[in-house]
Unconditional design. Sequence first.
Lengths: 253, 385
Amino acid sequence: MKVIVPVKRVIDYNVKVRVKADGSGVDLTNVKMSMNPFDEIAVEEAIRLREAEKVTEVIAVSIGVKQNQETLRTALAMGADRAILVIASEDVHQDIEPLTVAKLLKEIATEEAANLVLCGKQAIDNDMNATGQMLSALLGWSQATFASELNIEAKNAVVTREVDGGLQSIKVSLPSVITVDLRLNQPRYASLPNIMKAKRKQLDEKVPSDYGVDLTARLSIINTREPETRKAGVKVASVDELLVKLKEEAGVI
Amino acid sequence: MTYQLDHQDIREGVSKLCLDFPGEYWQKCDRDHAYPTEFVQALTQGGYLSALIPEEYGGLGLPLSAGAAILEEIHRAGGNAGACHAQMYTMGTILRHGSDEQKKQYLPGIAEGSLRLQAFGVTEPTSGTDTTALRTTAKKSGNHYIVNGQKIWTSRAEHSDLLLLLARTTPREEVVKKTDGLSVFLVDMRDFVGKSLTIRPIRTMMNHSTTELFFDDMKIPKSSLIGEEGKGFRNILSGMNAERVLISAECIGDAKWFIEKASSYACERKIFQRPIGQNQGVQFPIARAYSQMRAAELMLAQAVALYDAGGNPGEEANLAKLLSSEASWAAAEICIQTFGGFGFAEEYDIERKFREARLYQVAPISTNLVLSYVAEHVLGLPRSY
Ligand SMILES: Cc1cc2nc3c(=O)[nH]c(=O)nc-3n(C[C@H](O)[C@H](O)[C@H](O)COP(=O)(O)OP(=O)(O)OC[C@H]3O[C@@H](n4cnc5c(N)ncnc54)[C@H](O)[C@@H]3O)c2cc1C
């Protein structure tokens, strides 16, 4: 069984995000980019499945700019077997919409005759939380989202999901799209020998037209702005003063 | 296979690994004068310390630029490679001058990390910079050499299995050139510690696990000799340029760390209702430290490129070491100034890195000796020592 792991190149989670002056988005020039942390968890899980001989091949896929090669090399250094890069833009600031990504992934999963797609539950840049679900619908496969535990059986996958108020266990039939949550595993670091080996692994470059997918945007960003900064608090001298302030200034009682 | 000079992927790998060893980890090691065992283990397991060992001996056979990238990233992440850099390059002497048998015997273990070659004993209390005046002797006796004498500042000896030792095999009076008559030995300290070898730790202003060694009739097998007897000084010198380059890379990593810390603090810290970094008096020195670092980094890049192209660039390696050790110190100085009082609080790591960064103008070679090299060998001035 082959598993497809989509990986997105996003702004590194340690970087302090800055909004572009024209409000069109977040400034990505000269900013450190990394693999989306949830995707890293998906790569790790896929490699573990292969090590446990539940799957035979791990294929990492990225859709975006040419520089996504680096993200794919990271996946290869962790242990993915090969990689596919779909170059869908030349502009690092252009985000490829979930539906477009899902359509491309559908074609790739079909072409590769994969039986499982493991993806991050969301990307930390725009927090869409949509691609996995859309892909499952397009493929007509089952879906299990927010996996914190995963067991692959012969024909099914048993998935523990993190839901409000607790954990839910479900069984889905394969093929399936599974999106992973933070607590599924602790991704490994690539060792230096594996970083060197990754340079020699196969990385195919494609363009969207190879899959007959058109990139026309359906979403437009109206404005991006910084969150409001929190105002400094005040100290009150007595409970009475507090009550007055809550009533008159905050208007909450 | 050609390699990019910058080794972005390797840097990425190192900086990820370093995330597991944040400031608190190094603060604790520093406070307890403890060796960062877990960090060294993680690097070893990740294969990073075997980068420079040829593939036929179980290493990765990467060029010096890869070693430089690894050490720079450790320092840039706020760590300290001093605890383990020797494992990366001390083996160079064996690689260049050892016999096939010695290489097969030692290099695979060193590459794997099961054999630690972390200690390098050259400096002595009474000779210091004047290496050829060292007094430790190794006298041949049948199938052995008998070693007597003392070393100082032998770092990491307590955390190493092997010691690369420079000792006199022919008295200075009996040789024509004072650089003759010295020999290099690879000593398996595990056979001698507590018997004819005493290791005594020295407490220093930073956490460096450095020691004094005392040899009292230490009887080492003849096979410990590396290269030709009497040619030890040259055999050691041939590795010095690589060492200069790697130390320079650590300094550049430090400088970047200090500059990043200083810049971001200067943006965040608000005094007189505005960020302190808005004052030119605060931002100019940081910008200057950055310029100094970039200039030193360029010299390092040139030294590395020449070295990887098969040269042995004495001038560039020495200049890189000189300029980067001064750039890191300038950055340290401006970083602590930018942080004001907070720069002195242990939890910010500035004071620790400040203490650590100072070393490189003294060891492994002091600034004056680098300048003597440049004056004599590059500019043709008379030898001054
Ligand atoms: C923390 C630490 C770790 C070390 N680790 C090791 C190690 O692992 N192995 C090892 O062998 N050594 C090690 N050293 C020793 C280090 O290499 C020496 O300290 C260094 O080479 C200087 O020698 P010295 O201390 O004897 O100084 P000295 O030779 O006494 O020199 C003192 C000062 O005088 C200057 N000076 C001396 N002669 C001249 C001259 N002719 N012209 C101009 N200036 C001159 C020097 O530049 C220096 O500033 C370490 C040192 C330290 C502090």
